[in-house]
Design a protein around this ligand. Sequence first.
Ligand SMILES: [Mg+2]
Length: 120
Amino acid sequence: MKKIIIVDDSESYRSRVKRDLESNGYQVVEAVNGENGFTVCKSNKDCAAILVDMNMPGMDGIRMISFLRQEEGLKKTPVLIITTESSPEQKAQAKALGVIAWIQKPISGKALVKALNKLL
Ligand SMILES: [Mg+2]
């Protein structure tokens, strides 16, 4: 079973995505912010992908990903950003960090599952 990590400070969003992914055969591990996400990713290096929110209190998504990319075993892990943001500067930063997709919120569970099935 493919393990997906979701890093997002919105509990309602996390639980919705968790439900949608689990009902489509994915295993889901949650993290509540950037700092927590970094820790969770380091202890789940076998994950298939990491879904990252941009705006979170403390460490934001981009900073978290830049830390991940310095960790052995997480340098090439597929990372998708799922956010309300659409700034070209942030998108360029994400691309430089090897982020494979920038997905605009809101996204339906069905569309997210479809995107993951296609990318992974
Ligand atoms: Mg957020």
